[in-house]
Design a protein around this ligand. Structure first.
Ligand code: AMP
Length: 486
């Protein structure tokens, strides 16, 4: 018999393998090949892996398989340094666990505590969140940790840079000692190693040789500038490069605002992202960027860390980051999945010594380039304007097949009407041609509920529920506004 190469080789629940197939994930990546069997065997792992290596699925796949669906209290806790990453990890888990009906609330700051408290009262197999808010829940007794058998610390080095290590350690004191601890980090500074030594049991150390960032097809170069002409040079370079999709990194919010204003005034298709913005706005910007609704994102590192967006062809360092490792994280946004990418930096003369340190870290030289002359910029203007007129190509379609067969319905009543999952399941299972296996995740909020209908039976159920009572009453049932996305 031929050896199995795909995810089937791990003996995973069929529902997980099927979801992976629908997501277009057929072959495990290098990090997945190393991590998945270890997690399934219950071993602690310390993995050095970058965003883009498939590290989220490396833990999400085995953990979605391992959780016991019938258990209502959280069995897995995942800590991430930023809210955006928490949401991204949550989305990946919900996708992989869609057919197994995994529930995974995200717990992060600047979002209603009460709403999260309500979510935690419902079935929650896994929780994903930022350390501050998770600690809040722990201190207020709204998050039960007695059954947490798996802890994931994702982007541990970034936790360190953001000053979260102390909070992570406090959280650890709430968790059962008898657990598996998985730690992922792009770099391994001393403090992260100490964390691993102190809190992990004989962890398997994995270093992903698969795709070091320096071997990706990324062209690195820099342009000399002065403080006065930096912004002008940026605009000229962007027009000459004329990328389909680009991120520009700056170190501070005020600079992000300044660059964003300049781009906007010049007709660029753009948006910005930094920690000073309201959470709903940050969420919307990230969602739109992932879907390819605009071409240029101007961002600080904090907001954009670990974010996975397809096909970014150009990354710009408006200035070099304060930490050398951050350069690697920034350029890690491009040249993904074997595609080519370009990374450019604008430098004042005093930044040259920093550049050398980055070259040493990258083990690669960064080529100096001449700023384009006025003729080159003028010649590029028309192509740039044409591109700004064109609708950007849609991205983020990989979940489309998974969602094709699923329709999320909204029921205009919830907890206040004493509706429970069993009431919804009871009514739906009584519809001819529909069975329990066709029902996906159910969420019951105070005034409203949602239920996912699988296997292409959504419209059938929607029609039937117009006349069939749920808990003795006919309810208003419609298609939910947000399908697929959280
Ligand atoms: P990450 O490194 O976790 O940020 O993942 C990078 C991207 O690769 C995400 O969009 C994943 O959904 C995708 N991905 C992860 N594993 C696989 C796989 N085995 N096959 C195809 N895509 C994958």
């Amino acid at each position: 018999m031929a050896e199995q190469q795909g995810f089937e080789q791990y003996g995973l629940d069929d529902k997980i393998v099927q979801a992976l197939q629908l997501l277009g994930m057929t072959q495990p990546t290098a990090v997945q090949q190393q991590v998945i069997p270890q997690v399934l065997a219950g071993r602690d792992v310390t993995a050095q892996a970058q965003t883009g290596s498939g590290k989220t699925a490396a833990y999400a796949v085995p953990l979605c398989h391992l959780v016991d669906w019938d258990e209502n209290k959280p069995q897995v806790m995942i800590l991430t340094p930023t809210r955006e990453l928490a949401m991204q990890v949550q989305q990946e888990i919900l996708n992989i666990g869609k057919l197994k009906r995994i529930k995974a609330p995200a717990l992060y700051g600047k979002h209603s505590f009460r709403q999260q408290e309500q979510d935690l009262k419902q079935k929650s197999h896994m929780v994903v969140g930022t350390p501050g808010r998770i600690l809040d829940h722990l201190e207020r007794g709204t998050l039960f940790t007695g059954y947490i058998g798996y802890l994931v610390i994702d982007e541990a080095d970034e936790m360190l840079h953001m000053g979260f290590l102390e909070q992570v350690e406090q959280i650890l004191s709430y968790l059962p000692e008898d657990r598996v601890t998985l730690l992922f980090s792009a770099t391994m500074p001393k403090e992260v190693q100490r964390l691993a030594e102190q809190y992990q049991k004989n962890p398997l150390q994995i270093q992903i040789a698969g795709e070091p960032i320096s071997s990706r097809k990324i062209g690195h170069s820099y342009y000399d500038c002065t403080e006065r002409d930096r912004l002008e040079l940026l605009l000229e370079l962007l027009k000459v490069y004329n990328p389909d999709s680009c991120i520009i990194f700056a170190n501070m919010r005020v600079q992000v605002e300044e660059i964003y204003d300049a781009l906007w005034d010049d007709g660029f298709s753009c948006a910005r992202l930094h920690g000073g913005m309201e959470q709903w706005e940050r969420t919307e910007v990230m969602r739109d960027f992932k879907k390819g609704r605009f071409r240029y994102l101007v961002a600080t590192d904090v907001a954009a860390r670990g974010i996975d967006v397809e096909n970014i062809s150009l990354v710009v360092n408006y200035e070099l980051p304060p930490e050398q490792e951050t350069y690697i994280h920034r350029i890690g946004r491009t040249g993904r999945a074997g595609q080519c990418g370009t990374a450019i930096s604008l430098l004042e003369s005093w930044e040259h010594s920093e550049l050398q340190r980055i070259e040493a870290l990258l083990q690669q030289s960064i080529e100096q380039k001449e700023a384009p002359d006025a003729d080159t910029v003028a010649a590029a203007e028309q192509a740039f304007r044409d591109k700004m007129e064109q609708e950007p190509e849609a991205k983020g379609q990989k979940t489309a097949v998974l969602h094709e067969q699923i329709l999320k319905l909204q029921i205009a009543d919830g907890k206040k009407a004493k509706i429970r999952p069993v009431d919804i399941v009871g009514t739906i299972c009584a519809i001819p041609g529909v069975e329990a296996a066709d029902i996906g995740v159910i969420h019951i909020l105070d005034w409203t509920s949602t239920v996912e209908i699988l296997n292409g039976k959504g419209l059938l159920v929607l029609r039937a529920l117009q006349t069939k009572p749920i808990k003795a009453k006919i309810r208003k049932v419609t298609k939910a506004k947000f399908q697929g996305d959280i």
